[in-house]
Design a protein around this ligand. Structure first.
Ligand SMILES: [Zn+2]
Length: 92
């Protein structure tokens, strides 16, 4: 019986020193009360502070991550609870 060869040796060796993993962070916005999650790349080294924004009110948050957080990595879980519909920055 022939077993298919799996080409994982090289890539595993390359990332073994500083593996990248995906982390999921659930947050409740302190400004509007919306719940959302953000998925970001995290390494044991080379993380820097990356910003992401509440999808409802644009409140700014940050997390230590290995790569910039793209817009579609932020996913709304439940709507805002403050009864307003304005963005944070347009109120100031
Ligand atoms: Zn918010």
């Amino acid at each position: 019986m022939n077993r298919p060869k799996v080409k994982t040796e090289v890539s595993e060796a390359l990332v073994s020193k500083n593996p990248i993993c995906f982390e999921e962070l659930k947050t409740q916005c302190t400004f509007c009360g919306a719940k959302f999650k953000v998925v970001y790349m995290f390494q044991s080294e080379n993380n820097t502070e990356r910003v992401y924004y509440c999808p409802e009110c644009s409140e700014e948050y940050s997390v230590q991550a290995a790569a910039p957080i793209v817009e579609n990595a932020v996913e709304l879980i439940s709507l805002r609870m403050d009864g307003r519909s304005t963005l944070l920055h347009s109120e100031r």
